[in-house]
Design a protein around this ligand. Structure first.
Ligand code: ARG
Length: 459
């Protein structure tokens, strides 16, 4: 078919390789609905501004409606020879309504067209992601509430540090995903300006009303600089940055689930719904979903790097390089949305083994800090001295092959004669966790208070 759009200037057809590298319809068809919305708003505005006649506007809007139905029905002919979604829609419109179709592109360029389409797509993706994040937070909150007092070891360096509660651990992720949601919401606010009407790069000589199209498309206002409008892909980069951080959080939770699932830890079980077996080893139950979520973070970070690399040296304004903005962004959000859904399912499916976690919480001398604190509080020892005495107690327990609560009082008194029976009150993991009542601490009551706070936020 050659290239009818610029046939005036060109007499020869493009080389096959030119077409192959140029064509984007295979992926930018995902902008079809946004493209139609942008065209409807542009058309209505052109009519109101008196740039096109009412009859032409009606014909165009009717044709766009037909195209919308064809897209919904899956019968729209996406054709490579028309290169991208914008020219595919326009070519189809011409087939449907004839030459009036050519008036739609008045005071518009594909440069502002793709900018507005893509912004709307990214905006919707951010909104969907916020919804998915809230769903994940709710699943975590349900676990936190059910296991507000379930003891588990808290780790630093993946070494037992101090007893915490499973609910508290779940709430740590509720906080992270809350920040992620706020990053997407924040990016959305910044991106919510309409570039439509910037035209090719310099604005338009027609009496267009950019505020009208901005409002019709749900933007807060039009962008204020036409050059920036067609050059800017910050909105995509920012959402990919937010997506990367979110994927990192998902990956960390996935990693913990993988660790907790090992028979050596045995902290949680996943049902058959979120595990897979092995084709050779009959005993296996593998946490594949968690592993894949862990790995998909690579896609998000890769997508950010990919687009940042495309953009970093581009002179103003539009360059065709920017057509490469879409694939990484689409793929990143596909991966993120799937990861969020799978993680939500997996968190709801998690069955913590409370006995096993509690036993682990009491091992590894995890209440050593509580012992030292008791020496400070009850005997008035400087913390450094208390640390020393406690270290000796741990060493003695290790020699005897027992945990701190099992050390005979005589052993403790050999280290400091003033130690009394009362010290045993602070040496159990339950007492240790319950004592950490500071705001945001791991005590079950604090956990329940934070669950209530988050439930109100999410209500
Ligand atoms: N398909 C192009 C893209 O995605 C649309 C803009 C093309 N503009 C141009 N002047 N060639 O970036």
């Amino acid at each position: 078919a050659g290239q009818a759009m610029w046939g005036g200037r060109f007499s020869d057809k493009p080389d096959e390789l030119m077409q192959a590298i140029n064509v984007s319809i295979g992926f930018d068809k995902r902008l079809a609905l946004q493209d139609l919305a942008g065209s409807r708003a542009h058309c209505a505005m052109l009519r109101k501004a008196g740039v096109i006649s009412s009859e032409d506007a009606d014909a165009i809007l009717g044709g766009l409606e037909t195209i919308g139905r064809e897209i919904a029905a899956g019968t729209f002919p996406f054709r490579d020879e028309y290169e991208d979604i914008h020219m595919n829609v326009e070519a189809r419109l011409r087939e449907l309504i004839g030459s009036a179709a050519g008036r739609l592109h008045t005071a518009r360029s594909r440069n502002d067209q793709v900018a507005v389409d893509f912004r709307m797509w990214v905006r919707e993706a951010c909104d969907r992601t916020v919804g998915l994040l809230q769903g994940l937070q709710r699943a975590l909150l349900a676990q936190a509430e059910a296991h507000a007092d379930a003891l588990m070891p808290g780790f630093t360096h993946l070494q037992p540090a101090q007893p915490v509660t499973f609910g508290h651990h779940m709430l740590a992720y509720v906080e992270m995903f809350g920040r992620d949601a706020s990053r997407f919401a924040d990016a959305r606010k910044r991106m919510n300006e309409s570039p439509l009407g910037a035209a090719a790069l310099a604005g338009s000589p027609f009496p267009i009303d950019r505020h009208m199209t901005a409002e019709a498309l749900g933007f807060d206002r039009p962008t204020a600089n036409s050059l920036d409008s067609v050059s800017d892909r910050d909105f995509a980069l920012e959402s990919l940055a937010a997506g990367s951080i979110c994927a990192i959080h998902l990956s960390r939770l996935a990693e913990e689930i993988v660790i907790w699932m090992t028979p050596q830890f045995g902290f949680v079980k996943l049902s058959d719904a979120f595990t897979t077996g092995s084709s050779i080893m009959p005993q296996k139950k593998n946490p594949d979903a968690a592993e894949l979520i862990r790995a998909k973070a690579g896609r998000l970070m890769g997508a950010f790097t990919q687009l940042a690399t495309v953009m970093k040296g581009l002179p103003l304004t539009y360059s065709k390089d920017m057509q490469e903005d879409k694939v990484p962004t689409f793929e990143a959000f596909d991966a993120l949305e799937l990861s969020l859904r799978a993680m939500t399912g997996m968190v709801a499916d998690l069955a913590p083994n409370r006995e096993r976690m509690a036993a682990a919480a009491g091992s590894g001398f995890s209440t050593a800090t509580d012992l030292a604190d008791w020496l400070v509080r009850e005997l008035g020892l400087p913390f450094r001295d208390a640390h020393h005495v406690t270290g000796a107690a741990v060493k003695r327990a290790e020699q005897l092959g027992c945990e701190l609560p099992d050390l005979p009082l005589s052993e403790l008194q050999a280290l400091d004669g003033r130690i009394t029976q009362g010290i045993y009150d602070v040496l159990t993991p339950a007492a240790s966790a319950a004592s950490r009542k500071s705001y945001g601490g791991t005590a079950p009551d604090q956990v329940r208070a934070q669950v209530r706070r988050w439930k109100e936020i999410l209500a």
